[in-house]
Structure formats: C-alpha cells, structure tokens
Design a protein around this ligand. Structure first.
Ligand code: SF4
Length: 313
C-alpha cells in the first residue's frame, strides 16, 4: 500500500474526517474527505461532520475555528507550527486599543485570525462574504463606519464595493503570498497569454485587482473557471495550490500562474507523511501533540463572532 492508501484505511478505521484547504499540497486534496475554502470548511465542520475526530489540513487558525465550532469533537492538526503571517498582524489587545480610539464602531475581522483575536470582535468574514458582512454589521450598528482587519487589500476591496468608511486595522496587514503580485506580473502574463482570463484573489494589491477579469475567493475562482469557458486559458492570481487543484479537476483547460513564487510555506507543511503520523497517534499518548483545543473562555466569545458570520452569509 502507498501512503495515500494507508491514510484512507486508517482514517476509516479510526473514524476521522479530513478537511483540507485548497492551498495544501495536491496529494492532500486527493485523500481529503472534503476540500474547501475558509467559509466552506467552517460550515462543513459545524454542520456535516459525524465522526468524533476532525483532522484539519490547513494552517492553525483553521483548526482553531473547527475547534470553536465543535467543542465536543477532537480536532487534530498535523503540524501546529503551520501559522499564518497575515493572522499575526492583529491581536486581541490591538483590537481593544482600536475600540478605545473608535468607540461604538463595529469590528470586522477576516477569518484569517487567531481565535484569541476573533474573541474581541463583533463579527468575522471571509473573502467571499466580506462585502455582505460589512454592510450587514454597519446596518445593525446604524453606522457608516467599520473597523476592518487585518488585510489591507481585502479592506480596499470592501471599500470599493460599499458606501462605507472602512478603517483598515492595523493598516499595514497583508498576506505575503498574495501581496507579492505586482502590476508588472500582470503585464508579463497578458503579453504571454493575451486572451487568457485573469482571475485574482482580493488579498492581492488593489492595482492588480483593477486589472483582473474576475476577483474572488478560492471557491469563487473555481466557479468562474467552471462557468466561463476560455480556450486560451486562465491566469491564476492566488496561492499556487489552487492552480494545481484546477489542473487536477480540469485536465483539458489551460492554467498559468500570475507569479510562480506565490507558494504558502505554512500550508505546504501539511504533508501526507504528517497526516499519517497524526492518524497513527490516535488513542495513544502521542495524540495530545496534535490536538487543537481553544480555551473555553476564548472559544465562547470567538464562537459568537463566527456564528454571526455564518448566520449573515
Ligand atoms: S496564503 Fe497567506 S493568508 Fe493564506 S495561510 Fe498562507 S500566509 Fe496566511
């Protein structure tokens, strides 16, 4: 048996559901029970998982979100050192300082934040629902201003699609993988593939978003490819894992990376070998090493923020 077959057998034997983000290595997509983006996986973790164990193939904040949504389940992360540099831009203490400076203004944070940060906010959002969430929370608070963090590029995307005054907190937050896309990358890609559709993630810089044919979440980009036939192909402006996924699912279509360096090292830490070791640890003293459990005082507050997002989206 190869390692994928061993993982499939072990996850059935131990009763584990494997949820994987699109940015993990392609081999992980192939053994996962479900693949998705942040919002999709949050909803699945909350409503559709029947097993006692969830193995979350993604960065740590995603496993934390699954833990917050499912306090009765055991959440496992194959590598707890897989963090997210974007999430590190905003802490709960930072938010409290902004709340003092801007009293009675609602705080919206991207789901790419720690549970501790979420616990200090009014509501979370993902890239697919950020505009809707911003409008709904502003309506609830009867205000035209919101605090929005930590991604400055997503904040700009929301600002351009609403009539709201979006205050970006901390104002300098970004994903290192998406923020590296430059106008020159678009010029180069358009020169090489003039008739291809350029589709980018809203974590990309505004000047890149402005040049795109479509801007959307990873799920939105997948839907775009399915719904818009283009024989000349698609230029993909997000983490490289999504492109690998698209090639796997659409072998007859052509895909080109906007920049080959857009690779998230943290997502790539989630390997098949580590998933196998995690599964083997179940019901042994080693299991604790992989468990992700958010303290209940933080989890309860973070849950309000996540639940509100799910209700509003
Ligand atoms: S791609 Fe960017 S936002 Fe996503 S996990 Fe990696 S660093 Fe964080």
């Amino acid at each position: 048996m190869d390692i994928s077959e061993k993982i499939s057998a072990l996850k059935t034997e131990k009763g584990v559901t494997i949820l994987a983000h699109y940015y993990t290595p392609l081999g992980v997509h192939k053994i996962a029970d479900r693949i998705g983006d942040s919002l999709g996986l949050s909803k699945i973790a909350k409503n559709e998982v029947e097993t006692d164990y969830i193995l979350f193939a993604g960065v740590l904040f995603m496993a934390e979100t699954a833990s917050v949504l499912n306090p009765a389940k055991i959440i496992l992360s194959p590598d707890k050192s897989a963090g997210c540099p974007l999430a590190n831009f905003l802490s709960g203490d930072d938010i409290e300082k902004y709340k003092e400076k801007y009293p009675n203004i609602p705080v919206v944070v991207y789901v790419n934040t720690t549970a501790e940060t979420k616990a200090h906010t009014d509501i979370c959002c993902t890239s697919s629902n950020a505009v809707k969430i911003a409008e709904k929370i502003a309506e609830e608070f009867k205000t035209d201003t919101i605090l929005f963090g930590p991604d400055k590029n997503l904040a700009s995307y929301v600002r351009n699609r609403t009539n709201l005054n979006i205050i970006s907190i901390p104002g300098r937050g970004f994903c290192p993988r998406h923020n590296l896309f430059k106008k020159q990358d678009v010029i180069n890609a358009r020169k090489d593939h003039p008739k291809a559709s350029l589709i980018v993630h809203p974590e990309s810089p505004p000047e890149v978003q402005e040049m795109a044919d479509y801007i959307g979440s990873t799920s939105g980009m997948i839907n775009f490819v399915e719904e818009h036939e283009n024989d000349s192909g698609y230029i993909i402006g997000t983490e490289i894992g999504l492109m690998e996924h698209l090639i796997w699912k659409n072998p007859s279509k052509n895909f080109f990376p906007l920049n080959t360096k857009s690779l998230c090292e943290n997502m790539k830490k989630i390997t098949l070998e580590k998933i196998y070791s995690t599964l083997k640890s179940i019901e042994t003293p080693e299991e604790a090493k992989y468990q992700v459990k958010v303290p209940s005082n933080i989890a309860q507050k973070a849950l309000l923020s996540i639940d509100k997002m799910i209700d509003y989206s």
